[in-house]
Write a protein that binds this ligand. Structure first.
Ligand code: JEE
Length: 359
């Protein structure tokens, strides 16, 4: 009945706290209202000392730009590890939250215990440091981190943060330097928004539907194919007919095909990491073909022909017979020559034939 602690606590340290305002909106705002998530944003300058409250200094050894000072970051990360909460991010829809006592918000399912990595005390909070030199952030990270209790983000600016900050922070945190992609930003704030969104949407109860993320791109290692909604025809463009056929098996097969083909076209390296069924392989390797045969007056039983062709790796979708011409339309991975031979071999013994297959 009660949910005394939010499921996930996020703290963000930055010199641009307003940059993190989007955490209040839409999905995350709702999670905050529901007590599933709580967010604190901290102005690094609160820990800067001296008249100029400076947070940066020139790089040791020379070179361009500035580096963020360890004497500012150290105390900031100490205080946050010790539980300083800073400026809470209330959801934009505050009135709804007001109706709930802090210790009386909605149920949150307990999350399974994860065994700690050697040398990495799982009771320490996770310190995530966005940096262009970090390990690539992946959906697997998002899944793992959605089970955390406390994540602290350190947003750098300039050329980044003095490395000793992270060496020292290991005493109080599990430290992970991460990159959201191979391009260069001007600071870590946008990376925090990206990671926070990817992580929090996986917390049970943040999305309305807890199953919808099971079928996401990446959950089966393939990209999703295209989506359509009503109307059936829009600006003269028809949605694929199979989607309105009502034949769920056909719809699923079509979606799988689209998924496989899109993945091959735009992310071929992903296909290497996925176990493909025989059906998947056929879908990727085969193409539509038509075989046209002159078979004289020879009787041809479509059912037998189809079975023999299937054995040979040629799936006949339609078999038409009129007068002397036999037309087979279907899919195969065979060469056109081999497809023609497959049809010839599938004809009754002794059939006189001439024919060809076109792709
Ligand atoms: C955090 C400062 C700016 C610019 C040096 C030398 C790097 C830092 N995927 C991602 N791209 N960028 C970031 C990111 C950028 C940041 C900070 C994250 C803090 N900056 C910055 C230039 C440099 N360059 C040549 O190689 C490229 C360092 C990020 C993430 N996550």
């Amino acid at each position: 009945m009660s949910n005394p602690k939010p499921a996930l606590r996020l703290d963000v340290v930055t010199i641009f706290p307003e940059y993190l305002d989007p955490l209040r909106h839409a999905l995350l705002g709702k999670a905050i209202e529901q007590g599933i998530l709580s967010v604190g944003v901290h102005d690094l300058r609160d820990w800067a000392t001296g008249n100029h409250k400076s947070v940066d200094a020139p790089p040791l050894g020379g070179g361009p730009g500035m580096v963020m000072k360890p004497e500012v970051w150290g105390p900031a990360l100490d205080d946050i590890a010790a539980g300083r909460t800073g400026t809470e991010l209330d959801s934009a829809a505050k009135h709804r939250n007001d109706k709930l006592r802090h210790d009386d918000v909605a149920n949150v399912a307990p999350r399974p215990y994860e065994s700690p990595v050697a040398g990495d005390d799982a009771s320490k909070p996770l310190l995530l440091v966005p940096t262009p030199a970090g390990k690539p952030f992946t959906q697997a990270d998002a899944r793992a981190w959605s089970r955390e209790e406390h994540i602290v983000f350190a947003c750098g600016r300039y050329e980044g943060i003095d490395q000793r900050v992270f060496e020292d922070a290991k005493q109080r945190y599990r430290v992970r330097e991460v990159s959201i992609g191979d391009y260069v930003l001007i600071g870590g704030e946008v990376a925090v928004l990206v990671i926070a969104e990817a992580v929090t949407r996986l917390i049970p109860g943040v999305l309305g539907n807890t199953e919808s993320h099971e079928e996401d791109s990446f959950s089966d290692g393939l990209l999703e194919g295209p989506s359509y909604t009503k109307p059936r025809v829009w600006r003269g463009i028809e949605a694929p007919e199979v989607l309105t056929s009502g034949d769920h098996k056909k719809v699923d097969a079509w979606r799988r095909e689209q998924s496989l083909k899109r993945t091959r076209a735009v992310r071929p390296e992903l296909l290497e990491q996925v176990e493909l069924s025989e059906e998947d392989r056929f879908m990727l390797d085969s193409r539509e073909v038509v075989s046209v045969f002159e078979v004289g007056g020879q009787r041809v039983v479509a059912k037998q022909l189809r079975r023999a062709l299937k054995q040979a790796g040629y799936r006949a979708e339609t078999i038409e017979r009129n007068e002397t011409t036999l037309t087979v339309k279907g899919r195969t991975a065979l060469s056109l020559e081999d497809a023609t031979q497959a049809v010839a071999d599938a004809l009754p013994k002794g059939t006189q034939w001439s024919g060809y297959t076109a792709g």
